[in-house]
Ligand binder design. Sequence first.
Ligand code: PEP
Ligand code: MN
Length: 367
Amino acid sequence: MELKLELKPISDQANICERPIIIAGPCSAESEEQVLQTARELSGMGVNIFRAGIWKPRTRPNAFEGVGSTGLPWLKKVKEETGMLIAIEVANVKHVYEALKYGIDILWIGARTTANPFAVQEIADTLKGVDVPILVKNPVNPDVELWIGAIERIYQAGITRIAAIHRGFSVFAQTDFRNHPHWQIPIELKRRIPNLPVITDPSHICGNREKLYEISQEALDLNFDGVIIESHPDPDNAWSDPKQQLTPADLKELLDRLVLRDPHVDNGLLLTIEELRTEIDELDDQIIDIFERRMQIADQIGHYKKAHNVAILQSKRWDTIINMRLTMGEEKGLSNEFITRVFRSIHQESINHQARIMNPDPEEQDQ
Ligand code: PEP
Ligand code: MN
């Protein structure tokens, strides 16, 4: 169901909210000189929201945990000198008070904090009666409800200038990404809260510099509203996230290459797109029919297994299915990740069907 939130743009300055919204700055504020140097360069190339971490949520102890409140006057200077709006992360009540005391323009809630409803509620309670824009990063785990819940807590505190940041999701296995983008999750967020701006964070999705452009362009192609990208004058020697930051000059090159597409389909194209969409709808209908038939066969096997007292899961058979499908998928240009996910779900659904046959719910049996 769609959630109707009455949201206002994150800034009164129309140019700042125009697509794409661009936020840039170092992962962490390290010194006055470093923030000022970065900010001057970024402001010169048209960036108007400056990010910098003051308190850093580090995974392991003994890493650099941010300069703390000492850095807030540096950011005030950045604002006075360049006119850029300043955005920092807050994770607790003290952070919020300190940030507001120094006139920070925009606060963001980090991924680890969004995952904790107690922490988000405390921040929301502190924000009652304060008119400050809040950006809510997705939680570290791929849970759209938890993300929406955090947004609702902030909204219910009376904040109307809210945007979401999509920074990817933690994964156990080593992948090409530091945090897997799982695009379907921010897509679902937009479906549920259509007027909520969603800003993509390619830096924390990638964890390196190589794919930053690709992810940024993909975000715009999917109609998201902007990007937040980490930039540092000397990325390799940054005190946090050295692998993923770009020099302001490299960031400029990336931004110049981005193509902004028309978010709406014009009339001439509409007909062709409508025809193609009809074709897709027909294919989707067929997929559902095929699933139905497949489950009917799984049910027959279930009855047979029950009659002969055979276990549901036959791992050898599952191994054969997945390997056959991976090979076939590759031949047809379908990624291993996609085939694995689709067949895992199909397999799980068959197991659920068979489990219901083996152990019928007594209530259902009575009916
Ligand atoms: C950050 O933006 O520097 C940060 C710590 O991000 P996240 O909460 O997405 O890990
Ligand atoms: Mn970072």
